[in-house]
Design a protein around this ligand. Sequence first.
Ligand SMILES: N[C@@H](CCC(=O)N[C@@H](CS)C(=O)NCC(=O)O)C(=O)O
Length: 215
Amino acid sequence: MTTEAPVLYESKASPNSRRVRIFIAEKGIEIATRAVDLGAKEQFSEAYKAINPRSQVPALVLSDGTTIAEVTAIWRYLEEAYPQRPLLGRDAQTKALVAMWERRAELDGFAAVMEGVRNAAAGLQGRALSGPHGYEQIPEIVARSSKRVANFYDDFNARLTAERFVAGDAYSAADITTLATLDFATNAFRMPVPEHHRALRRWYEEVTARPSASA
Ligand SMILES: N[C@@H](CCC(=O)N[C@@H](CS)C(=O)NCC(=O)O)C(=O)O
């Protein structure tokens, strides 16, 4: 498939898609989007599998037809193609720190919320993990997911007591994943940030006030 410009296949119901939409908004660039209706299982259609055989969103299709899937790979492409307002760090040290904190936010926070939501939601039976293979839910794991999210809140509250943003003094992709995690936990996992986590709440308020948060 050949297109005029990069096209982002995404879903408004997908927190991973939102991580890319916020990144695009922070860069101040325009990327065409196409909605994939996850509720209607469009990700499993032959047409979409021709774009991403893993049946996941987001996916960025380049003008030569190449598909780039996986949020962090799409970010990497966009950062190189549109270097203005860097979100993956500016030099060797800050690039490494953004990668470190973003990975912690994804593995300890985002993935823990995803695990809890997907193993509990009635509509996701047999789909405990996204992707091409079906997996049954493990309802017993949800209590552990809650503990993981609570620990993530503790750890990131401590971090944000010391720093203005997750990876240091500049807003970065680490803040995007952390924001997507907190909104996802609040809205889909009924785990809002506790009142006593003042630093995390201060940061949450600040990043939520940025125009990109509505992406
Ligand atoms: N590791 C992938 C994860 C993508 C993913 O899990 N996307 C979800 C939406 S947030 C999806 O496509 N779900 C389809 C499904 O559940 O069948 C990435 O970084 O993009």
